[in-house]
Design a protein around this ligand. Sequence first.
Ligand SMILES: Cc1cc2nc3c(=O)[nH]c(=O)nc-3n(C[C@H](O)[C@H](O)[C@H](O)COP(=O)(O)O)c2cc1C
Length: 211
Amino acid sequence: MDLEQIRREYLAGGLRRKNLKSDPFEQFQDWLALALRSNIPDPTAMTLATVDGAGQPSQRIVLLKHSDNKGLVFYTNYESQKGRDIVGNSNVSLHFPWHGIERQVLIKGTAEKVTQAESEQYFATRPRESQIAAWASPQSRELPTRQALLNRYQEKEIEFDDKKVRLPDFWGGYRVVPDYFEFWQGGAHRLHDRFRYTRAGLSWQIVRLAP
Ligand SMILES: Cc1cc2nc3c(=O)[nH]c(=O)nc-3n(C[C@H](O)[C@H](O)[C@H](O)COP(=O)(O)O)c2cc1C
């Protein structure tokens, strides 16, 4: 397999300073809207990086469920590896790998739990099977067998019977509050466009970065 020969040019379009919004949240919403329209797979999938107590980073994909100028929200098990990392170090990074439109967005910030009401509202929209699975899966913990997981699922199914599945106390949302955004647009000859936004008081400073 000759991986060295796998390459392509990025020709979809350029990014100019004059076309950028002064507010990175607005810039992000614009790009997200385009990604959603573009038929690329899983446009709301983002890689979340966290760091554990020993300084070891980990990454995994989570789904963006809400975004506004307060931050970007995803839902998970608070007792998972990522949840435990965030308790010790709330600094996180998000990455959207939008290959299909030759763009990527990098975000750095801090993660905080959303309110119980927000989590309850979102949990209620999930299919019942996913709600039961949230109860059944001790996310990131060791399992002896797959059957052990299926047994836990069945127990929870019986427990909830025909009752409403309530929000587990170990499950809910995190809001990533960004203090750093980078918007990357692929360019010809590897001369890509990159712009970094960092907080400067109440506004944002925008700087072009070398590709
Ligand atoms: C496309 C995709 C979407 C995912 N979305 C979520 C999600 O929204 N929340 C979540 O907890 N895990 C999600 N996962 C599973 C995570 O990637 C990960 O395996 C899990 O959260 C455990 O991570 P941890 O052990 O690092 O905490 C998703 C995986 C994929 C491939």
